[in-house]
Structures are given as structure tokens and as C-alpha cells.
Design a protein around this ligand. Sequence first.
Ligand SMILES: NC(=O)c1ccc[n+]([C@@H]2O[C@H](COP(=O)([O-])OP(=O)(O)OC[C@H]3O[C@@H](n4cnc5c(N)ncnc54)[C@H](OP(=O)(O)O)[C@@H]3O)[C@@H](O)[C@H]2O)c1
Length: 290
Amino acid sequence: MSTLSTSLPGGTWTLGDLTVTRFGYGAMQLAGPGVMGPPADHDGALAVLREVADLGITHIDTAGAYGPRVTNLLIREALHPYAESLHIVTKVGATRDEHGGWPPARRPEDLRRAVRENLETLGLDVLDLVNLRLGDAQGPRPGSLAEPFETLVELQRQGLIRHLGVSNATAEQVAEARTIAPIVCVQNMYNLAYRHDDELIDELAEEGIAYVPFFPLGGFSPLQSSALSTVAARLDATPMSVALAWLLQRSPNILLIPGTSSLTHLRENVAGAGLSLSDEELAELDKIGR
Ligand SMILES: NC(=O)c1ccc[n+]([C@@H]2O[C@H](COP(=O)([O-])OP(=O)(O)OC[C@H]3O[C@@H](n4cnc5c(N)ncnc54)[C@H](OP(=O)(O)O)[C@@H]3O)[C@@H](O)[C@H]2O)c1
């Protein structure tokens, strides 16, 4: 197992046999508007990715559907050949249509193609971690994941994938996946104001499985709450810093993948997430999403 010491807030976590910094980076915001097409500022996007690596972040989240292919190609251009310590996590199970929608693509042939495309665009022989993205743009949907998940297990057996996870999943689908094969993470929507998965997070923590919240800062509509602003003002911090610090303190199995296309925001987020929140502040913040 590789070891990694980091001065980044939150320290490290182990995904299977891969050590990552709990402070990671989500690449989705680097694609063009609506997560379609290339970024307006190509060199700026490369600079953000290089700064991610320079800051010592070793977990980058991406998907072939971002752009599509755009964020994978940017990651490759900025960082290939990759440092041994860097782990790129991707997702399969959704594609893009001409309107920018995210239709599901979970037939066995879709998943095999998506894994192959991720390998090609990222310039890798093996993908460190692949999440099966379930549900739709409105959120998780009930139903068995057996067929698509078993397809990924088959690709894992072929040596194309190291570890598996699920995304946009119900608690029942997480449980079903675990009866089929081990998973190392669940990537679902969760933040200070949206706390649907509170119970699941605690269960996964007991099992040593990571929980990776997407939209940690609210996603396309940034978090806004008077309680958050009040706590942030008292601490002389930004609301975003408080939101990230709260997630790190919420549970040790939470890994952060905040997205940004801005070098300034990236540096602010790294600096701010280490904020120590008192029990009183945590209780105040706890009321926002309950
Ligand atoms: N599994 C899934 O279905 C799924 C779905 C959505 C996302 N994801 C993953 O989750 C990652 C995180 O989600 P996300 O990027 O959509 O949402 P997010 O991290 O909650 O928020 C990103 C937004 O916050 C802004 N922001 C970041 N830092 C800021 C700061 N310090 N001050 C002010 N604004 C700031 C960004 O704008 P700027 O660019 O201007 O900084 C961007 O608009 C994605 O990158 C993606 O990898 C997964």
C-alpha cells in the first residue's frame, strides 16, 4: 500500500489500496457552459489542474460525459504522465444528447464502450476507480443495478478497473451492489443544506467505505443560508470555507471534490476547509439541513 503524508485539510483516506487526500478536486466545472464543449479559457483550465497537483491533491473526479470527453482530455494534457500518487476517479452510466441532457447509458455495450473511452481519453491502461452512475439528472431512482454493476465487475476482472463505486444511488442500490462485489465509495449529492444521506454516511463510515458528496458547495446554485453566512462572518471566513470544513468534520469517510474553474477559488477552498468549527458552530450549522 502506498503511504502519503499531506498538509492538506482532512489528511488522507484509503480507497481499497489507494491512498488519496480527503481534499480532492471535481473537474466537471472545467468543461464549457452546461458541461458541454471546451472551456472558454483552455490554458486557464490547464493551470487549475496543474495547481491541483502542485497543492498535493491526489484525488481528481471526472467523467467521460463531461464535455463529453473534454475534462478527461484536459486532465491528460495537463498532468500526463501522471504522478504515481495521483488517482483519477471516473464515472460511467450516462451519456450526453444534443440538448446537453444526460440520458442513461447502462447497457453492457454502453458500459464497455465508456470504460474503453475513459482509458483512451485519460491515457491509462487501468482506471483506478469507476463509479456506476445511476438514476437521472433529478436524482436517484429505485431499481436493481445488478446487470450494469455485473458488467463493471466483469471489466474489473479483465484488469481494466481497480476499484468500483456507485453514484446517484439509493441506499438499497448501495446494499445491492455490496452483495455483488466490494465497493470503495458512494458518490451522491450531499451538502450542508441537502442531507438526505445522513444515515447512509454513518453506515458507510462503519464499513470503511468513502462517501464523496457531489455538489458540496451547492453545485450550479451555490449554497445560500443566513445561518451559514452568520457563522462565516463570525469566523471571518467565507461561506464556502465553512461548508467544506463542515463536511470534513461531519464524518471521517467524507472526501471532498469541490469544483472550480478558478485558481483563486481553488486556493481559497484549500485554505478554508481546514477551519476548525466548534460544537456550538456545528450545532448552528446542523439546523440548516434538518
Ligand atoms: N456523480 C454525479 O452525478 C455528479 C453530479 C455533479 C457533479 N459531480 C462531481 O462533483 C464535483 C463537484 O460538484 P460541482 O463542481 O458541480 O459543484 P460544487 O463543487 O458544489 O460547486 C461548484 C461551483 O461553486 C463555485 N465555487 C467553487 N469554489 C468557490 C469559492 N471559493 N467561492 C465562490 N464560488 C466557488 C464554482 O464556480 P467557479 O468555477 O467560479 O469557482 C462552481 O460554480 C464535480 O466537479 C463533479 O466532478 C458528480
